[in-house]
Design a protein around this ligand. Sequence first.
Ligand code: ADP
Ligand code: ZN
Length: 215
Amino acid sequence: MKIVILLGAPGSGKGTIAGRLVAHNSGFKHVSSGELLRDAVKRQTLAGLAAEDFMKRGELVPDQVIADMIKDYIADVKGECTLLLDGFPRTVVQAEILDQVIEGSDAELQATVLMEVADEILFERIAGRRTCPKCGAGFHIKTIRPVKDGICDACGTGLVIRKDDNPETVKNRLAVYKVQTVPLIDFYSARGVLKRIDGFGVINDIVERVRQVLI
Ligand code: ADP
Ligand code: ZN
């Protein structure tokens, strides 16, 4: 298995881009740490109970909680594929845990793709974001409209505004990103695996930019 880390601020488009890559190439698999956590919260599992309050405040959940979920996910992946890791790692400790997981498996880190988007754009994107509570698909009221207003194209479920997508929490998530996740840029850059992508523009163009660096 190859692993591609998608790195970038909240709203930088990691999930959207991953969704497009998977839709067009069955060799890709996508896992979103946020989705795994939201699902765990919904089912009120032990991990979900541990994560819920952190997520509501826009803070990171404890490293070990999410690392264990990702480890289990990676262990269950069958066959050859390129796994798009969206939202993990988000701290240096998580990156070190991932290193150990990779070392103990036949997986290899192919690249870390950094989605670069200006802060004003991030706020705009998150303010208009609508999410499918069932399958996790993401939409935007202006730029990524579903075929039927308010309904998920993929599974027909009514779209919602995520609890942590309000302006106050978004501000906090962005601050947390800058302090806790930005150090990963140097971490992966020092290893020569960092690919910077201009994350602003038309989705198809951005997807193409990402595809180019993964060839
Ligand atoms: P976004 O990228 O838009 O912030 P996510 O769906 O990736 O949204 O994450 C939502 C929330 O889930 C985060 O604010 C955080 O509380 C939690 N979370 C997701 N991934 C991680 C992670 N790797 N480590 C810690 N917390 C995480
Ligand atoms: Zn859906």
